[in-house]
Design a protein around this ligand. Structure first.
Ligand SMILES: [Zn+2]
Length: 329
């Protein structure tokens, strides 16, 4: 029912310094849901250890506790100017909105965290705020597409160091979101079952399986979207998740970040795919990828292949990443 399809191309060159011919293989893997391709070429990357953040100049930060009350933008359409709070997390309006409803939630009072310093509560509190906001939004909107994203540090595209997630709710789904929505509909029509349900069943205890707890199955995707891609799948919708499942989601993210820290990473992206508002597709999908390390002269992991050709790549196999991550769950 689910096909894990890949092709292998072998390149050959002559190495004059060693007087030998060398073969190198690249795997071209097809995402079992969308058919999108991703290339895996096992090789070391030119990645430095990362910047010493203690020596970085901080500058003005709108999310630090001394500024947030005075400069934090308030949502007016849904919350009528209220700033919702939960633990250290505060829900603000995003002043750079990419969608009609665009929010930003600083997770911590602390301006910078190493990846091993993120705690379950940081994400849990923020996810509770998102649930509360979406519940209110449901009273005035339907046929809109919510998504959560996180960019941590500049290589991940963030302009603000302070840890924060973003929530966007748009009438026009983002391209990958749209592709997943239509692909899972097609899968359902052809197989009369949910892709995600079958995926969890198929991958359980396999070579890409990491762990299963509190409603979430953690695994690496067959065709990764980037470096060290880990995915959490829950067969319930985000807006319906009870506290124990939200905790499972937050803990899984923290476990992955601890793994990244041990790999020497400092920057990452997250997205949380959820159902269109008012519709229940019985799944929440969390995607986490590591990015190039933030450093003074950092190498960028998004080159022409992805930027202009839309092709994803990874320098490790998902099977190897899963094996490493199992030690962190
Ligand atoms: Zn700050």
């Amino acid at each position: 029912m689910i096909e894990f399809k890949k092709e292998v191309e072998t390149s050959q060159f002559y190495n004059p310094s060693e007087d030998e011919f060398k073969d190198t293989s690249v795997e071209i893997r097809y995402d079992p849901l969308t058919g999108r391709t991703s290339r895996i070429l096992e090789k070391p990357l030119p990645m430095e250890k990362g910047a010493d953040m203690d020596k970085m100049e901080k500058g003005f930060c709108p999310f630090c506790p001394e500024n947030i009350e005075t400069v934090g933008a308030r949502d007016c359409k849904v919350l009528e100017g209220e700033m919702m709070k939960e633990g250290e997390a505060s829900l603000l309006s995003n002043i750079s909105p990419y969608a009609e409803y665009s929010l930003v939630i600083p997770l911590t009072k602390t301006h910078y965290l190493r990846l091993d310093e993120f705690k379950k509560e940081h994400f849990l509190n923020a996810f509770k705020l998102v649930q509360r906001y979406l519940k209110k939004l449901t009273e005035i909107e339907s046929d809109v597409f919510p998504i959560i994203i996180m960019n941590y540090l500049k290589p991940a595209g963030s302009t603000v160091t302070h840890p924060h997630i973003q929530v966007m709710v748009t009438g026009t789904p983002f391209e990958n979101q749209d592709q997943i929505l239509s692909s899972e509909e097609r899968f359902y029509d052809e197989n009369e079952t949910s892709y995600w349900k079958e995926l969890v069943k198929e991958e359980k205890n396999g070579e890409r399986f990491i762990s299963e707890s509190d409603g979430f199955t953690w695994k690496t995707p067959f065709a990764p979207l980037g470096l060290e891609h880990v995915r959490g799948v829950c067969l319930e919708d985000f807006t319906d998740l009870e506290n124990d499942y939200l905790e499972g989601m937050a803990q899984g993210i923290v476990n992955v970040l601890k793994g990244y820290y041990e790999m020497g990473k400092n920057s990452y992206n997250i997205s949380v795919l959820m159902s269109p508002l008012g519709e229940n597709r019985n799944r929440t999908v969390v995607d986490i990828v590591a990015r190039s390390n933030f450093d003074k002269y950092y190498w960028c992991d998004v080159f022409s292949l992805e930027k202009l050709l839309g092709e994803k790549s990874s320098n490790k196999t998902p099977e190897n990443i899963a094996e490493f991550m199992r030690g962190h769950f």
